[in-house]
Ligand binder design. Structure first.
Ligand code: FAD
Ligand code: NAD
Length: 479
């Protein structure tokens, strides 16, 4: 039987209908595009004026914030300070002002239902509307709520007392949604600082703040028996596997639908597979699906895919097993680890990347992040060491990027080239480095990232010290 749609097309709230239904777009000032807004939200600027605090908002309080420069709007129980967003709003300031100081849910549903506002406005979140705490239907009878707080014993927070702050948490719910709010008192919490897994009857949220990790683990209907020590793994499905070079492949894994996990720039995860009855674990550094993928789709609600560039060693232990996996098979992926701190890139003028073989993998996200998010950046130079031309990962993408973005330069150095190779040759050396690492001035902010086989990294580190680069100016990726 044919499935005949009962509604007319486009649906009443679809984007096509809304766009053609008289909602006018106003011209935005220069520097007020969606991309500019995303940059602003990622800049760490306090957009709510509350220094990262989330508050409960009474109706009286909401009404007071009804001016252009102080405009709060409630959407589905969440209150946002939309003043910073005014000039970026494609529908214009007047349209937003129609909901100033009030509940704008209905208005929002008429014109914007399709907009992913939770993500767009997340840095503008002031808090939720004050409401009476209710007992969550889904929780166990004995896990009673105290003023909307779950009992403290539910929080596994072993390091909180020594940590930078002691986060607390709270929850609230509607018929279809339970929202857990973790108050961290930190400004620079991003999506990649939070890992959420909801499996069977357990909900687990890990928040990473500086050197500390805080865990909220809630039993929804059964007691939790899991051991929290060590790394947490979730099973991910192999979605695709593509040849990149003769021995390196791009693996795409899909996270379980109930997991939120974004691996921070410069960090790696562990992949785990049972091999001859034993669980074997090796570290790998996630990459983007290509060098041009960042910001293709700027407001993604959830990252569900993780990509890896992995070299298969025929005589290796782990990678041949990984290569044997069929599409649809599972591999376990751990939480991220690593000591690269994204703030190392702030205010940077010159970024030098020294990569050998698959040591290129951490450079992918660092490169993408720096080119898209660091306004002070003047130059990014990659020196990529490989044995032969056939071993160079994403060579044409790198060349295209260098052509497209004048801040980026790439140089290939081969240790076992054919006679046709006219480029640079050899292993890492002081001569190669001193020619390559030209800083603009003695005071310019520089970072050199280094990754590859252990002898490469060790020799490189020593050469960089001899060239008078300070410890703060060098980051080596190791296990
Ligand atoms: P192994 O069994 O470790 O063998 C590797 C090679 O060494 C084989 O050719 C083998 O024959 C040879 N070999 C092994 N033992 C000896 C020995 N005693 N003497 C001489 N030769 C020996 N790799 C990637 O491809 N992509 C990544 O993104 C990536 N990220 C990483 C991140 C980190 C933090 C680290 C530390 C490593 C990363 N690696 C990455 C490397 C990865 O973890 C594995 O080491 C690699 O995949 C090899 O694993 P394997 O078990 O297949 O090979
Ligand atoms: P490879 O054997 O293909 O060598 C690539 C280049 O590394 C060579 O062309 C050469 O320039 C240099 N090199 C190799 N051996 C050297 C030596 N003894 N001295 C100086 N330079 C040398 O490299 P591969 O098989 O792709 O291995 C990549 C390595 O990078 C692996 O050891 C892997 O564990 C490591 N890795 C580390 C991380 C991390 O974050 N720590 C991430 C990815 C890869």
């Amino acid at each position: 039987m044919l499935n005949v749609p009962s509604q007319s097309f486009p649906g009443p709230s679809s984007q096509q209908r809304v766009a053609s239904g008289g909602r006018s777009k106003v011209p935005l000032k220069q520097g007020r595009s969606l991309m500019d807004w995303i940059r602003l939200t990622k800049s760490g600027k306090d957009l709510t004026g509350l220094k990262g605090r989330l508050i409960e908002v009474t109706e009286e309080e909401l009404k007071k914030h009804n001016k252009k420069d102080d405009c709060w709007i409630c959407i589905r129980g969440f209150v946002y300070n939309v003043s910073p967003y005014m000039e970026y709003h494609p529908g214009g300031e007047d349209e937003l002002m129609r909901a100033a100081g009030s509940d704008g849910t209905d208005l929002f549903d008429q014109v914007h239902r399709w907009v992913n506002y939770e993500s767009m406005l997340k840095e503008c979140l002031v808090g939720r509307m004050a409401m009476k705490p209710a007992l969550p239907k889904d929780y166990h009878e004995e896990k009673k709520v105290l003023n909307g707080m779950l009992p403290q014993s539910q929080v596994t927070d072993t390091l909180a007392k020594e940590g930078p702050s002691s986060p607390s948490y709270d929850w609230f719910q509607t018929d279809s949604l339970v929202t857990i709010v973790i108050y961290t008192k930190q400004k620079d919490i991003n999506l990649d600082s939070v890992i959420v897994d909801h499996r069977d009857d357990s909900f687990r949220a890990e928040t990473v703040i500086k050197d500390y990790s805080y865990l909220v683990h809630v039993a929804l209907s059964h007691e939790i028996q899991e051991d929290f020590s060590g790394l947490f793994y979730r099973k991910c499905q192999l979605v695709s596997k593509e040849d990149v070079t003769h021995d390196t492949k791009l693996f795409c894994l899909m996270l379980p639908p109930s997991t939120h996990l974004e691996v921070p720039v410069g960090q790696h995860v562990y992949l785990r597979l049972p091999i001859t009855g034993t669980e074997i674990v090796k570290p790998y550094t996630p990459v983007c699906d290509s060098l041009f993928s960042e910001f293709k789709e700027p407001v993604l609600p959830n990252n569900i895919y993780i990509y890896f560039l992995i070299k298969i060693y025929p005589a290796g232990f782990f990678t041949p097993e990984l290569d044997q996996l069929q599409i649809g098979d599972y591999v376990s992926v751990s939480n991220p680890e690593g000591n690269f701190i994204i703030s190392q890139l702030q205010e940077l003028e010159d970024l030098f990347l020294l990569a050998a073989g698959t040591g290129f993998t951490p450079m992918v996200k660092v490169l993408n992040y720096a080119l898209t998010n660091i306004p002070s950046l003047r130059k990014v130079k990659l020196m990529f060491f490989n044995k032969t031309e056939d071993d160079i990962i994403w060579r044409s993408q790198l060349e295209k990027l260098a052509f497209k973005d004048k801040r980026f330069e790439v140089e290939f150095v081969l240790s076992a080239p054919t006679s046709e190779w006219s480029g640079k040759q050899g292993y890492i050396s002081p001569a190669l480095l001193s020619e390559f690492l030209k800083r603009r001035s003695d005071t310019s902010k520089v970072l050199i990232c280094l990754c590859g086989p252990t002898p490469f990294t060790e020799q490189g580190m020593k050469m960089l010290h001899d060239l008078n680069f300070s410890k703060d100016e060098i980051h080596s990726f190791t296990a």
